[in-house]
Write a protein that binds this ligand. Sequence first.
Ligand code: ZN
Length: 296
Amino acid sequence: MNKYFAGIEGGGTKFKCIVANDPSSIVAEAVFPTTDPDHTLPKVVDFYRRTCFEKNISLQAAGLACFGPLNLDPQSPSYGTITSTPKLKWRNFPIREYFQTHLEIPVYIDTDVNGAALAEGKWGGAIGISDFVYITVGTGIGGGIIHQGIPLFGMVHPEIGHMKIQPHPEDFFPGNCPYHVTCLEGLANAPAIRERWKTDPAVLPDDHLAWKFEAYYLGQAIHNLILVCAPKRVILGGGVLKRAGLLEKVRLELFEILNGYVNSPYLDDLSQYIISPALADQAGALGAIALCQRNR
Ligand code: ZN
């Protein structure tokens, strides 16, 4: 019987589930909307049970790259629990324990962005690079900092989406984060663009001021990350970055904000320094597979 890993990307809007050992061996996949634990999680478990039966395979472990914040302290009694999320039905939910109980295999958990970062390091846009940052900009903004090949973790996992950001002088939108007045997520997530301009971001033209602001905030965030973590590459993705020309605008903003202060050949060509995710929308689920292999 062939052995595979379960890769579960627990996202804020959907759970993406794959069965694979690497990007070239995905034998099954499914997507379920993120509603509440009682409705979403049994569908995930059922998918894996059914896939094992139909394909006559077994799962040796599951990786869970999950939205958070998460308790990732293995010494804590609530290790693997979702903590202070605004999604009330998920708050304090012991999601790692749930899958361990129902799938009856070891479950390795990390944040969705740390998972995606590990996958990009293993199979994507940061192969062979020991220190890099992965940032995704969508409904939320999150990031994983890979330091010496592993996700940075101290008392908690970093929350780079909530770093304090200086508003653009012409931007009077107060931000939409319930915790902070002007954090990156509150100023630059997709809902902020919609609320600031009172329209669907999709209808804003490429040369609209909205994208200047967006690049200003992301350029500033990457600047701060460079000064604090000195990454050798930045992978910048998510739904908002699908806007044509935005990545180039972010590079220009970063160039201006850096103002020549940091001297490194890595910054000589910003088109190689800030790149799109190579694994695109598969990064999270493949990241969950990478979590299993990291812990073997
Ligand atoms: Zn915030």
